[in-house]
Design a protein around this ligand. Structure first.
Ligand code: UD1
Length: 426
């Protein structure tokens, strides 16, 4: 198992280029199941989660050809309609194959994902929406069986916003018969990217970026990949992580290949703490060189355009060094404070009560061995480690490799003293 050794009191300088978005890539790859013709993707990030999704698609019958900078996927035939427990338990997003499998094959067998480190994360909304299209759903021995003679357009109001369930609904609706109206949908940029990709293939989705989207179903045989490739949008969570890393280390860096508009809530939150940010459409310059002390700033997580739960842990690491106390309310997941104990090992003073964390800023953090518990938790440990006095060893960095493309190499290029080492080797 790999671990990171990070020497603290780092200063970052220079430029970093953000990779393609993991959370956009995963549903966009699943959408290839709807196509009988080959489709090319460009700018897929080099991540274990992406490699894993490609394996799942291959298991379902896709021919995957990698030819830099493209990956071509061809689903001429479906080899089977099953995503096993072994696959879905390793990555929850695998469950997203259910909608397109059902649309293409009229039946699907997909393992229930089960809980994960950040909470129970049920999928009942995905199942309810599939039923609304006319699918018969049964759950047996840990598997969801979905069957439908025909999928029919429907009107469905989500009781609360779910990114994944909205994506399942979209991928099912696009080839259902008739009109679908989906209310209280996810407006996350990754959901919009999926819908835009589908529209390029010939689907009819309107109302994007609003609470209600309307979809006029088209015949699945009429879907055609365009002549050009599908380009994955940049990863806003990766960008956010570098923005916070520069802020906590009093650094100035340029972050390229981003969509600034998607980062507005973080930009304004960082500005409230005293950081100067120069904005352009596709890059940002973060300047924290004159930041004498970090002003505490409270956040609560919510659906887009609110503060993303995927940046909560990184924000907490930042607030650990603020001058004063701040609060974080985690409103999306019930158990997303696993990083607290590890941050406290680095000298932070954070207390948790239910879904509320109170962070009393400390003057210094100190290096220590810590353990990554999930993807974004590991990013928060990297951020804290950059600001410590001493060296931090972060174990189990396979979590970070799921969602950050070459993070150690990118940090090294920015001037950070970071080494990737293998357990058992000195
Ligand atoms: C996606 C993101 C994840 C991010 C999350 C919230 C991907 C691959 N993952 O996850 O990084 O943290 O959005 O922005 O894009 N819920 C139910 N029942 C359901 C579905 C969801 O109770 O059927 C709950 C979840 O447990 C959670 C909340 O709804 O508490 C939001 O989850 P959801 O938006 O569905 O997150 P994911 O799509 O799993």
């Amino acid at each position: 198992m790999d671990y990171f050794l990070i020497k603290g009191k780092s200063k970052l300088s220079g430029e970093v280029k953000i990779s393609g978005s993991k959370n956009a890539s995963l549903p966009m790859l699943c959408a290839s199941i709807l196509l009988k013709k080959p489709i090319k993707y460009k700018n897929l990030p080099n991540l274990s989660d992406i490699r894993f999704m490609l394996k799942i698609l291959q298991g379902l019958g896709a021919k995957v050809v990698k030819k830099e900078p493209y990956i071509k996927i061809h689903f001429k035939e479906l080899a089977n309609n099953e995503a096993s427990y072994d696959l879905v338990r390793k990555m929850r997003a695998s469950f997203l194959v259910i909608g397109p499998l059902l649309a293409r094959n009229k039946s699907a067998k997909v393992s229930l994902p089960g809980g994960c480190a950040i909470g129970a994360r049920p999928v009942e909304l995905h199942l309810k929406v599939l039923e609304a299209f006319g699918a018969k759903i049964s759950v047996k021995d840990g598997y969801v069986y979905a069957k439908a003679k025909e999928l029919n357009g429907t009107t469905f109001t989500f009781p609360f916003i779910s990114v994944g369930a909205t994506q399942t609904a979209i991928m099912t609706a696009v080839t259902a018969k008739g009109k679908t109206v989906l209310k209280n949908v996810s407006k996350e940029p990754e959901t919009i990217a999926l819908a835009k990709m589908l529209n390029k293939l010939g689907t009819k989705i309107t109302g994007l970026k609003t609470d209600t989207i309307t979809i006029d179903g088209v015949n699945i045989n009429k879907l055609r990949p365009g002549l050009r490739s599908i380009k994955l949008p940049p990863d806003r969570i990766e960008a956010a992580t570098f923005m916070i890393a520069a802020s906590i280390t009093n650094s100035k860096i340029k972050i390229k290949n981003i969509i600034s508009k998607e980062l507005e809530i973080l930009i304004s939150s960082l500005e409230q703490t005293g950081v100067k940010i120069k904005k352009a459409k596709d890059y940002l310059t973060i300047d924290a060189t004159k930041l004498k002390e970090i002003k505490p700033f409270d956040i609560e997580t919510s659906a887009y355009p609110g503060f993303p739960t995927d940046i909560q842990a990184q924000w907490m690491a930042y607030m650990a060094r603020a001058k004063g106390s701040s609060r974080i309310e985690e409103k999306m997941f019930e158990n997303r404070f696993m990083h607290v104990a590890e941050l406290n090992r680095l000298g932070a003073d954070i207390k948790v009560s239910g879904n509320l964390a109170t962070i009393n800023g400390v003057e210094k953090l100190t290096g220590a061995p810590v353990m990554a518990t999930d993807l974004r938790a590991s990013a928060s440990l990297v951020i804290a480690a950059l600001a410590t006095n001493g060296t931090t060893r972060i174990n189990r960095v396979y979590h970070i490799d799921r969602g950050y493309d070459l993070i150690d190499k990118k940090l090294k290029k920015l001037g950070v003293d970071i080494e990737r080492k293998k357990e058992g080797k000195v």
